[in-house]
Design a protein around this ligand. Structure first.
Ligand code: SME
Length: 175
């Protein structure tokens, strides 16, 4: 059990099959949304999401946000895991690609992604979901794993939908 939500306690790095990963996410997501219900401060939201997704996705070695600070640059935001790169140009890396295109980047093998930035050379796969609010990419949620192909299409969809609900245009958020 984690501090914030009720989940089976598993050591960091535990590898689960896709169906078990989906089951764990499906159990966690409503609890995460209950914790964040009514919250409008995006630093609070990003910090808490990073924490609770880190607790949930024990198959990750890094979970967190890069914030869009200009037309050309991302800067690191709230995260869990080893120290991340401080700044990422929009024309670089998986995070830059997600921010530039507004499209989720699911990368089963980071070595096959031209321009991948290796903040941690243990990372093998990555999922980056843009945070779009009022038509603009404000940040990206970056999930890294030391396992190959650690993010299925179904998981990507669950995370995309969670991000869309939490950073919904229907809510007045403070950035
Ligand atoms: N791998 C990312 C950089 C961020 S870190 O790994 C935390 C990328 O290629 O954008």
């Amino acid at each position: 059990m984690s501090e914030g939500i009720h989940l089976e306690s598993l050591p960091r790095g535990t590898w689960l099959a896709p169906s078990a990963r989906i089951a764990r996410l499906t159990q966690a997501i409503p609890q995460i949304e209950a914790v964040l219900a009514g919250e409008t401060d995006t630093v609070l939201i990003q910090a808490t999401l990073a924490c609770l997704l880190w607790d949930t996705m024990v198959w990750c070695n890094w979970v967190g946000f890069y914030r869009r600070v200009s037309d050309t640059m991302l800067s690191v935001g709230p995260y869990q895991g080893g120290m991340g790169c401080l700044h990422i140009a929009l024309d670089r890396g998986v995070c830059g690609a997600a921010a530039r295109t507004g499209q989720t980047q699911r990368v089963p093998d980071v070595h096959a992604f031209a321009g991948h930035i290796a903040c941690d050379d243990k990372t093998q796969s990555e999922l980056v979901v843009p945070v779009v609010y009022q038509g603009h990419v404000r940040a990206v949620l970056d999930l890294d794993s030391p396992h190959r192909d650690a993010f299925s299409e179904d998981e990507a969809k669950l995370i995309e939908e969670l991000v869309a609900r939490i950073f919904s245009d229907q809510t007045t958020l403070q950035w």
